[in-house]
Design a protein around this ligand. Sequence first.
Ligand SMILES: Nc1nc2c(ncn2[C@@H]2O[C@H](COP(=O)(O)OP(=O)(O)O)[C@@H](O)[C@H]2O)c(=O)[nH]1
Ligand SMILES: [Mg+2]
Length: 451
Amino acid sequence: MLEKITNTITDVVRTVSGKATISEKNIDEYVEKIKIALLDADVNLRVVRRFVNSTIEEAKGEKVLRSVNPGQQFVKIVHDKIVALLGDEKQDLKLKGPDTQSVILFLGLQGAGKTTTAVKLAARLKKEGRKPLLAACDLVRPAAVEQLSVLGEKTGIQVYKEDTKDAVKVAKNALAYAKKNSFDTLIVDTAGRLQIDDSMMQEIEAIKKTVSPDEVLLVADSMTGQSAVDVAKTFDERLNLTGVILTKFDSDARGGAALSLKSVTGKPILFAGTGEKIEDFEPFYPDRIASRILGMGDIVSLVEKAQETMDMEEAAKLERKMATETFTLEDMLEQMQQMKKMGSMQQILDMMPGLAGQIDESMLDKADLKHQEAIIQSMTKKERANHLIIGPSRRKRIAKGSGTSVAEVNRLIKQFEKTRLAMKKMTKNKGMQQKLMKQFGGNLPGGFPGF
Ligand SMILES: Nc1nc2c(ncn2[C@@H]2O[C@H](COP(=O)(O)OP(=O)(O)O)[C@@H](O)[C@H]2O)c(=O)[nH]1
Ligand SMILES: [Mg+2]
């Protein structure tokens, strides 16, 4: 699954993420490429349209064009939109506590994987400590009851069955049996039916009414194309689905239709079947699938980190402070802490526009940074706001409080004054960041660590 879609989108992502500048025209081009990839993968047309519009709208907002790293920012937007398309957060089954019976009703087309999936889910719930009972309510397909019994036996899960043609009755009795024998979860496997088969649809409505399920799950085969979307819509209209399980996610089908189901029905995709074996069954994580489609592992978290620490607005605020001489020790501390939040300093250095490749981490003395941080932390708010009041006795106290020496405190304050002065000069000129770096590049160890 997802291979084709992944390949195309990964290419776009690779092209875009390194870009230092992006124009509106670029955005149109990239989105167009992604759109074609989605359509090629058989994602529903309406879903694609929605995706395209919202991605373009957001990408053309200030956020991308003016951000520190527009390429990565754009990729992040695309990623988030795909996550949204797939259903945002991972959703869990909504079941009752162990003292009351929860009922899960399975439905879908013939051959979608209902029976296999019912057993897979039962096995999973059993592992989680629940006590599931399977109800054999497919009385249409020959040997359907037998199939469920065999699978149930293999996994050690009891199957409730009756020799009758009345599926509603079996469902009703199965629930009574579950109550009597303290099974906490009843999973009802039903016959495959077409959404256009009215008598079969009435049967499933009757079953639903009888057992009042907590979950009404559509089992949908990822290999079926756009018809899956119509099936899901009709089932949802008549039976009010609570969720979808995608099967055959291991196939190499285009899969886009299946991935559209959430967007079309608004019902979450809860699990994905990834093979014929009972254990081939996984919770569906929209963000992981999206990351896979974009062929990226860390890009997103990296961008998020960068955003947390250094967005353009913050940089501008800093610049203003420098220019107006309101840059304080407190700001300096904040800068240090922001850097610490990042995994590696190299990352932030590389993300700073105009800095990539100019400085490497070895130029920054980490132990020194720690001392500097401790020193500022030992200062009072007042002292941090105005370094001029830090006389000899205060310096002694700060040194003691931070476990450093007066000499180190002196050095930090001196360095801070020098930095501040240089910043002021620098911001009066153009190209402040790059020049700043040239100025401090040489003596960064122990120098101003904010950049
Ligand atoms: N590869 C693969 N095959 C599956 C998956 N789920 C079900 N199947 C197969 O699909 C076929 C139909 O499954 P079944 O549970 O009988 O479908 P039902 O008619 O909806 O009950 C069987 O051969 C299953 O082994 C899956 O996630 N991956
Ligand atoms: Mg079946």
